[in-house]
Each structure stands twice: as C-alpha cells, then as structure tokens.
Design a protein around this ligand. Sequence first.
Ligand code: ZN
Length: 78
Amino acid sequence: MRCEICNECVFGEDGITVLGIGAAHVACFEMEKNIRREFGNINISRLNDEDFNDLYDMVMAERNVRASNFEEKSIELF
Ligand SMILES: [Zn+2]
C-alpha cells in the first residue's frame, strides 16, 4: 500500500486510511490537513467569502458568549 500524499510505502502503525483520500502516513495526513485548513467536516479554504464570514461571525459570537459566561462565573465566586 502506498501513501496517497507522499507516494512512499505505508506500513502498520504509521498508516491510516483516510476517507476520500485513501492510505496515508499519519504524519503526511496531519500535514495535509493543516495545509487544507479543515475543521471537522468543513474545508475552510473552500468556503466562499459569504460563508466564511458567516462562520467567522458564529465563532466570534460563541467566543463572546463563552467569555461572558466566564465573567459571570467569576463574579458568582466572590
Ligand atoms: Zn506519506
């Protein structure tokens, strides 16, 4: 079996089977994943500007909610 990313042979624990890619080294897959900027099932680099901005707004909104929850909890302690 060959790694679909670097084309070298894949053996045992170094290898994984990636859905949509095939066999790959764990290290190659991790590197590929970072280059592709995937999170969960979302390939962030493939989003159009509108979807990317929606995602960004959602992340920032969630961040604000978490920050305010943290502040409320901190206040309750005193
Ligand atoms: Zn590889």
